[in-house]
Design a protein around this ligand. Sequence first.
Ligand code: ADP
Ligand code: MG
Length: 677
Amino acid sequence: MNLSERNTTPNKDEQKDIKLVYTQMERCRRCYTCVRECPAKAIRIEGGQAEVIQERCIACGNCVKVCSQDAKVFHRDTEALDHLLKSDQEVAAIIAPAFPAEFMTLPKHQTFVGMIRGLGFDYVNEVAFGADLIANKFKELIEKKGHRKYISADCPAIVSFIEKYHPHLVQFLAPIVSPMVATARVLRKKHGNHLKVVFVGPCIAKKNESSEIDMAITFRELREMLEHKMVTPGNTTPSGFDPPLSGKGAIFPVSRGLIQAVNLDDDVSRGDIIVAEGRENFQEAIREFESGLIRQEHLELLCCEGCIMGAGMTSSVNRYAKRSFIKNYVKSKLNLINTKQWEKEMEEYLKLDLSLNFKENDQRLALPSRENIQNALKNMGKYDPKDHLNCGACGYDTCEEHAIAICKGLAETEMCLPHTIESLHNSVEKLNVSNQKLESTRQALKQSEKMASMGQLSAGIAHELNNPLGVVIMYANILLEEMAQKEDVSEDLKLIVEQADRCKRIVSGLLNFARKNQVSYTEVNVEELARQSIQSIIVPQNVKAIIECNTSNKEAELDEEQMLQVLSNLSKNAIEAMPDGGKLTIRIEEDKDHVVFLVIDTGEGIPPENMDKIFEPFFTTKGIGKGTGLGLATIYGIAKMHNGQITVESNSLPEKGPTGTTFKVRLPRYAGKTEEK
Ligand code: ADP
Ligand code: MG
């Protein structure tokens, strides 16, 4: 047969554009299971999403099998097949020997074949006959005395894996076509080159294996078609496979199938074939073969744990039941086999050219430099070998492998779960701290806005009252002088002067609060200032007043009179908060270029609900005639006028009881040097 005449489907190179296995991004959920399961490490994580790199993919379909979200899908050919079957071309379905494991519920294989014909195929053949031929060729090959050892080439995912990742082992691949291609060659010999051949089986990788196959569909797709076309055992006529019929080749899809098919010596002491199946085992066998450890043995490698576990099967459970279905099928088949006929057909088709050469397709990525790997590890918080948890959550077996994959552009730092959890933890903590800061800034802003608007009001009132009050005081004093000898009138006038003076003090307090007074800075000794403030008030017997000066430099530029007012007002308040006695401390400290006055008492404390009201003018808890509520308002204004700050700490909580109060006044040591709002 002249294969070059055949040009029905795109060849391997032309098929590069078809994405055989790909991700449905909206379903991908950052579990990295596909990374772990991919023997080719053909999955790139970008922005947390797993994308299949087509040129690296060997189409084994492991990722399709393991993705719990069905985010990994494979290319469907059902529509194209439907089209082909509707055309007037002659089409043969060649059925992989794994079919009894997929259609376990069908009573006999004739029911299944009848349904396939029901879809519109002209011929339904067994790939198992191709397997018979290949087993024979393989036997011939390895029995040639003195010849080198071979790796079987019947699994397309294995062939692709070797071509891409162990290209120098390509020379060891048995130069024989797969059972699928052998069957296609047989049928074209029998029916002519015009025949369209469609493979039906458990394998996704078959779709990309050979240009001699017009189409390859999986059992999953077959089921979709049967369902869609409503083809059932009830509306189809059972029939047998078309000749040539197979022999033992039907055992191919279970592990050691090839060996059994050709009766090769599998005895441990004498045999020289190693069978390795499944993602981890086949890689280990290749590594050992590559290192020369097992060069005395042939390798029979399968990417899945037998073709019965292929990704094109509808389910990946009941592995042993599947094996037993295949065995029973083969048993019943061998009972019925017309050996003479089989031998005749074998002889005829063994004359066919069943050879194939493989090409290297190197997809290995260069190993990154040690320095780059170390940097990638550091970015994951791994500075030391003991930081390598090797937990496998990222999909790579070790932290080192993960780091290498990052350098190769296949993985991301965020895939490291322990590192991500830790940094998330840190971010949450930072966020909490900044939230707290934000909240206290918001509170402070609210408070200062309130104080500012109160200040404006107070300034207005004080300003308007100041002048008429001055006139009242002046004329009251003149009258008092003139009426000094008239006792009855002068007593009344004294009262007017006294009360008007009181009003004057209130107005002055308000002006202080509104920061409308002038600050006249002079050099003062802060310790001396504190002493004077205590002397200017009456300290009861049961209160112990002390002054602690913890500054090396006692000089500061302040408005002496105003600051005297501040300290004596705070001390007065402190004493009033300790009706049963206690301790009053005025402590002076320094902080960079600031002096800090602390007035500490052991009194009743301030309830939390009053905390943001105490600086308001006229807020008092002391009852009519006792407090004016102007003390702290005045102090607040004076502190601000000095470009300073006043804060208070008090913990009077019902459950804690009185714990005392500390007022803290922080002022720039030198006039107007620092600005604090
Ligand atoms: P007044 O002393 O006239 O009441 P202030 O402005 O000086 O006005 O104080 C306002 C309020 O703040 C007081 O009535 C009191 O409730 C509270 N306060 C001030 N200082 C203290 C303190 N050291 N301990 C407890 N409460 C205080
Ligand atoms: Mg007061």
